[in-house]
Design a protein around this ligand. Structure first.
Ligand SMILES: Cc1cc2nc3c(=O)[nH]c(=O)nc-3n(C[C@H](O)[C@H](O)[C@H](O)COP(=O)(O)OP(=O)(O)OC[C@H]3O[C@@H](n4cnc5c(N)ncnc54)[C@H](O)[C@@H]3O)c2cc1C
Length: 110
């Protein structure tokens, strides 16, 4: 018996990688079963999963932790009143800097 997808590596939705990782599992499992006798195929498949799935799950966890924190009213209020407006200022400043740089590059290359 073997497992794939969320059954073996339950994936938080925060990385948007759960479906893709499940499909990768399926492709590896099908390929290994086509190439090797069943017992060897399952061993190879299970070794492969250990190479990428724990990292994919770990990458999704920090965003999940932040999503949980935003469940607290005080953190949510602070994020809405301070962090989001501040992030907006930073993003607008970056966008303005980049568009100025692009405009200069266009003028220079003409
Ligand atoms: C809110 C949310 C948002 C997500 N957003 C994304 C995203 O944007 N991008 C992304 O890549 N991933 C996302 N994911 C994760 C993704 O949905 C899962 O990682 C992925 O669906 C796992 O696929 P799976 O085939 O392993 O399991 P599942 O998709 O859960 O499939 C298992 C199937 O088995 C069936 N089943 C269960 N028990 C039995 C039984 N006893 N007999 C018969 N059938 C059974 C279930 O009904 C289900 O249809 C999200 C998850 C959630 C919860």
């Amino acid at each position: 018996m073997t497992l794939l997808g969320d059954a073996i590596h339950p994936m938080p939705p925060t990385a948007g990688a759960g479906a893709g990782t499940a499909v990768v599992d399926a492709v590896h499992l099908a390929g290994d079963l086509a190439a090797l006798p069943p017992a060897a195929a399952l061993r190879r498949y299970q070794r492969r999963i250990l190479g990428y799935a724990p990292r994919a799950v770990a990458a999704a966890v920090p965003a999940l932790t932040w999503q949980r924190r935003l469940g607290y009213p005080v953190v949510r209020a602070l994020a809405g009143a301070v962090a989001l407006p501040l992030a907006g200022v930073v993003v607008r400043a970056q966008a303005s800097r980049l568009s100025t740089r692009d405009a200069k590059t266009t003028v220079l290359s003409e």
